[in-house]
Design a protein around this ligand. Structure first.
Ligand code: PLP
Length: 482
């Protein structure tokens, strides 16, 4: 048997962090900055990363540094001004420090005896978020892995609440009733696909999701919402939830929350507001009013790994009446007992769909502490300004067509001559830019999603010039080929 190298302080223990953090710092300092992406293809990456996954003997620091460098060199650079495809933010540096601290501490939020200060701080951050959204005193929440999970939780609790209220049916105990398939979730035609994903996972199927048409600004039409509810009822179906989006993924558009809240109340529907993206506007004085009505929601999704500039993952699910977590409450003898909870020991596992859970609240708290509301808000306002500037430029350019005025940081447009799928692909393969593409009412379009508050309008105008040039070159090449 070959001798095993010793292990100890080098790999474990609070004294040894520095060496590894220094390695991380070196690798990051050496990461390429010139391009948004290297342009590497899946095949070339598979070849590059073709080493042994688990060598018999571990490699040293120098070799590790080299291997990590091949990853960073072929990663999307989220801080690059030409990275503008998705809700994919550059990371606030104080949050990065917090990420290292929370990973090192490795507190697990499922019990107080694994996360004492973390449990208390998380609750304080959540209560602050509930106040930011204007939710009632009785509100509470939980941190989640992302908007998808937060939306899922909203629909899960809404489903069970509906069954209890309308039919006296206890889904926690009994599962779903035989005619649960009549339940319907309403959302706009451009709501996030996690609504559909949730309906599948909640045992209701895709048919449970009913899309309500939007106006020209891609906001839910409220008269269409009323008509849809009435039509569903006439068919003997059960409209149970309306999901309003504050900041749609493609357009940043904000559904008319106050009007939708009124309809939800009149019709006895649960209102879930997906503010995964637009929730950041609440930090601004200038634009917070666009979310008026969110305070009347039954539940809210807010993502911090989008326009709050946090490292993935960092999101929250907020519930207007925290007693409604009751429907997912389960006790485990090894973790939490009712008697400990009655003593006032925080018992956060009962309000999450997860058990082991990260202390992501630390990142957000550190960021809020370091920046303060005013500077944080100014960063978010900058995203709105950048989108407006890009939209003006597009509007004024004869080769481009703007699909809607942006309400937040997303701008959807098309190259009038076509090539709207090809341009993003070619720019990506050349490593020149990472821009988005989407399909709007059947037509391929391009999209800029602006998440970088350090980008300047001039950077965007250069990017848009590169997009037009690429479109012209592709059109010329296609006409030669014809
Ligand atoms: C409006 C909206 N809701 C939900 C989500 C899902 O969030 P996540 O990717 O964090 O699961 C997204 C993602 O882009 C989104 O834009």
């Amino acid at each position: 048997m070959p001798e095993i190298e010793p292990f100890g302080a080098e790999f474990f223990g609070s004294g040894g962090y520095g060496r590894w953090l220094a390695l991380a710092e070196q690798v990051l300092a050496e990461a390429p900055r010139a391009q948004a992406y290297s342009g590497a293809t899946p095949e070339s990456l598979a070849e590059l990363l073709d080493g042994e996954i688990c060598p018999e003997r571990g490699i040293g620091m120098a070799a590790l540094r080299q291997r990590l460098a091949s990853i960073t060199a072929n990663s999307i650079q989220p801080w690059h001004p030409r990275t503008a495809a998705h809700l994919h933010t550059p990371v606030l540096l104080p949050a990065l420090a917090a990420e290292a601290v929370l990973a090192a501490l490795n507190q697990s939020m499922d019990s107080f005896d694994q996360a004492p200060a973390a449990s208390v701080l998380e609750q304080k951050v959540l209560h602050w978020l509930c106040r930011l959204a204007g939710l009632p005193q009785a509100a509470g929440g939980t941190f989640t892995a992302g908007g998808t999970q937060s939306n899922y939780m909203g629909l899960l609790l809404a489903r069970d609440h509906f069954l209890k209220r309308e039919m006296g049916w206890d889904a926690r105990e009994m599962g779903l009733p035989p005619d649960a398939g009549r339940m319907r979730f309403l959302c706009s035609e451009v709501a996030h696909f996690s609504v559909e994903k949730s309906a599948i996972q909640l045992g209701l199927g895709l048919r449970a999701v009913v899309k309500v048409p939007c106006d020209d600004g891609f906001r839910m039409r409220t008269e269409a919402l009323r008509a849809t509810i009435a039509a569903l009822r006439a068919e003997g179906l059960w409209p149970a939830v309306v999901v309003a989006t504050a900041g749609t993924t493609d357009f940043g558009s904000i559904d008319p929350l106050a009007e939708i809240a009124g309809i939800a109340k009149d019709e006895g529907l649960w209102l879930h507001v997906d503010a995964a993206y637009g929730g950041a506007l609440l930090l601004t004085q200038k634009h917070a009013g666009r979310l008026a009505g969110v305070e009347r929601a039954d539940s809210v999704t807010m993502d911090f790994h989008k326009a709050f500039f946090q490292p993935i993952s960092c999101s929250a699910f907020l519930l207007a009446d925290e007693r409604r977590f009751e429907t997912i409450r389960v006790y485990a003898d090894y973790l939490n007992t009712e008697s400990r909870e009655a003593e006032g020991i925080p018992d956060l596992v009962t309000r999450s769909v997860l058990t082991t859970r990260r202390f992501d609240a630390l990142k957000l708290w550190v960021s809020l502490q370091v920046l303060g509301r005013a500077r944080f808000g100014a960063m978010v306002e900058k995203l709105v300004m950048l989108a407006e500037s890009a939209a003006d430029w597009i509007d004024a350019h004869p080769a481009l067509e703007l699909l809607a005025r942006p309400e937040f940081g997303a701008v959807v447009f098309r190259f009038r001559a076509g090539m709207n799928e090809e341009i993003p692909r070619v720019l990506f393969e050349q490593g020149r830019a990472v821009i988005g593409h989407t399909v709007v009412r059947g037509a391929p379009c391009m999209k800029l999603t602006l998440c970088n508050p350090v980008t300047e309008p001039a950077d965007l105008h250069e990017l848009l010039c590169a997009i037009v040039q690429c479109g012209e070159a592709l059109t010329a090449a296609a006409s030669v080929a014809d």
